[in-house]
Design a protein around this ligand. Structure first.
Ligand code: BES
Ligand code: ZN
Ligand code: ZN
Length: 495
């Protein structure tokens, strides 16, 4: 969870707040001014001495702690890098770095202004939002299973002075909390974060915010014709769930925007079983579903004026006496037949039905699915960008723009006809894999496209971005909570 619980704004001067710690952001090669100069003057020139001695240059991501005499007991300098290169994401990173450094030193609170507000070509509200996202996301830790967590959770409040925009601060807090919720869902192991648990999390969100939620059980969705999803769930005794959420923020007849998530709570590969190395990471195969829940959590608080539906197909993918076998043919919700040549390409099967269901029953204006779909996207884009594919220029461009702005970048891959032919089956309509060792991520997208009817659709492959073993300034190692920030920004752009 996010351990930074109180992010407040204050109109008071920093001296009157009697800060335990002050955080100053500094650009490379710049003279002190404003707040920074003020603190320096009150601290026997401790900051300028540190700069002139060459002990701190303002390099992006670097920090320096000072303990001057005077009203500023402790001062943390945080490097912002070069002014010309400064971005919203650099700001989030600076905020995250400050929080982590304060946590590490076991300080309880700090006072800061939003650094570099004037260096960004964005409204003060957007800048305030990004800064708070960085603060709250940077304070995230997953300690649920540690019996002793007291030392790690000391920093709990930050006061922002010098005119932050309150609406931006609030939006940043809400979105970051939702991202941290997604990280928590993903961090829990598969014996805890079962499909039933995901369903109860969806129900909790729905009842908290007055949304509609419907959960279909195995028998029900099988009977309804979600044959592709049912085929994946055959190998597990853990009850699978088909979860639908509806938020009404627009007029009754307004077409909704749909978010659809892959919720494989553990992916063994099924009969096409995976190698055992790092198989534990396959507990994260529900990050698409978690993102959808996080979106609804944020939407519940932000209350945008649009209608939104969510659909999550969640199950374990297990081998077993009843499990689907390579070569089996099943019929999806839209009537298409699928030859399952690899039971480890299960995400596209559960999504096929979820997409087709939403097309038929919700007639959305746009639909966007999130899925940890292919290992191949990691080969193509690493952990830096999600792969995006789709059928609608406007939607793809909006996603790319939302990615830049939110810091959750996406990169488009083509769904050309030649690729789409690769998933045609000799004996069924389609098969669930493409050409051997070629364009694996695109094959996933090409397969999903078969189930999207004429609804403008985009598929976001988050297998690379949903988790990483590297600590970043505001994304600790483990699940990143990707999808929420991107989607909330997308809703802004589409509005
Ligand atoms: N859940 C995996 C994708 C994955 C792999 C995510 C590694 C994160 C890290 C997915 O279900 C899968 O196994 N995909 C196969 C597809 C293949 C059999 C066509 C893959 O990527 O190897
Ligand atoms: Zn798989
Ligand atoms: Zn999977």
């Amino acid at each position: 969870m996010a351990y930074l619980k109180n992010v407040g704004t204050s109109d008071q001067s920093w001296e009157s707040l009697k800060p335990e710690l002050l955080v100053l952001g500094l650009f490379e090669g710049e003279k002190l001014s404003g707040f920074n100069l003020d603190v320096d003057d009150a601290s026997g020139k401790a900051v300028s001495k540190c700069l002139s001695s060459g002990d701190f240059s303002g390099e992006q991501g670097k920090t320096r702690l000072l303990f001057p005499d005077g009203p500023a007991k402790r001062v943390m300098l945080v490097g912002l890098g070069k002014r010309e290169e400064f971005s919203l994401d650099n700001l989030r990173q600076a905020a995250g770095t400050a929080v982590k450094t304060a946590q590490y030193n076991k300080w309880k609170s700090f006072v800061t202004e939003i650094p570099g507000m004037d260096a960004l070509n964005e409204s003060d509200e957007v800048v305030s939002q990004a800064f708070v996202e960085g603060l709250v996301l940077g304070s995230y830790k997953f300690l649920e299973y540690k019996t002793d967590k007291k030392d790690e959770t000391i920093l709990d409040s930050v006061s922002i002075i010098n005119n932050p925009v309150r609406d931006g601060v609030e939006r940043g807090r809400i979105i970051a909390e939702a991202v941290c919720f997604v990280r928590d869902l993903a961090f829990h192991p598969s014996n805890i974060m079962t499909p039933s648990r995901l369903a109860s999390e969806a129900e909790k969100i729905a009842s908290q915010f007055g949304m509609a939620c419907k959960v279909y059980e195995r028998d029900e969705f099988t009977e309804m014709g979600l044959g592709a999803f049912a085929s994946v769930a055959r190998g597990t005794d853990e009850p699978p769930k088909f979860i639908l959420l509806e938020y009404q923020g627009g007029e009754k007849g307004d077409k909704p925007i749909a978010f659809i998530g892959k919720g494989i709570t553990f992916d063994t590969g099924g009969i096409s079983i995976k190698p055992s190395k790092a198989m534990d990471e396959m507990k994260y195969d529900m990050c698409g579903a978690a993102a959808v829940l996080g979106i609804f959590k944020a939407v519940g608080e932000l209350k945008p004026n649009v209608n939104i539906v969510g659909a999550i197909a969640t199950t374990e993918n297990m081998p077993g006496g009843h499990a689907t076998k390579p070569g089996d043919i099943v019929t999806a919700y839209n009537g298409k037949t699928i030859e399952i040549l690899n039971t480890d390409a299960e995400g596209r099967l559960v999504l096929a039905d979820a997409l087709a269901y939403v097309v038929k029953n919700n007639d959305p204006q746009y639909m966007i699915n999130f899925a940890t779909l292919t290992g191949a996207v990691l080969i193509a884009l690493g952990h830096i960008a999600s792969g995006v594919m789709g059928t609608d220029r406007k939607l793809i461009e909006a996603l790319i723009e939302a990615g830049e702005k939110s810091g959750e970048r996406v990169w488009e891959l083509p769904l050309w006809d030649e690729y789409c032919k690769d998933i045609k089956s000799k004996i069924a309509d389609v098969k669930n894999i493409g050409a051997v060792r070629q364009a694996g991520t695109i094959a996933g997208g090409a397969f999903l496209k078969e189930f999207t009817g004429d609804i403008p659709w985009a598929h976001v492959d988050i297998a690379g971005t949903a988790w990483w073993s590297k600590d970043r300034p505001y994304i600790p190692s483990g699940p990143s909570g990707v999808g929420v920030r991107l989607s909330l920004e997308l809703l802004n752009i589409l509005a």
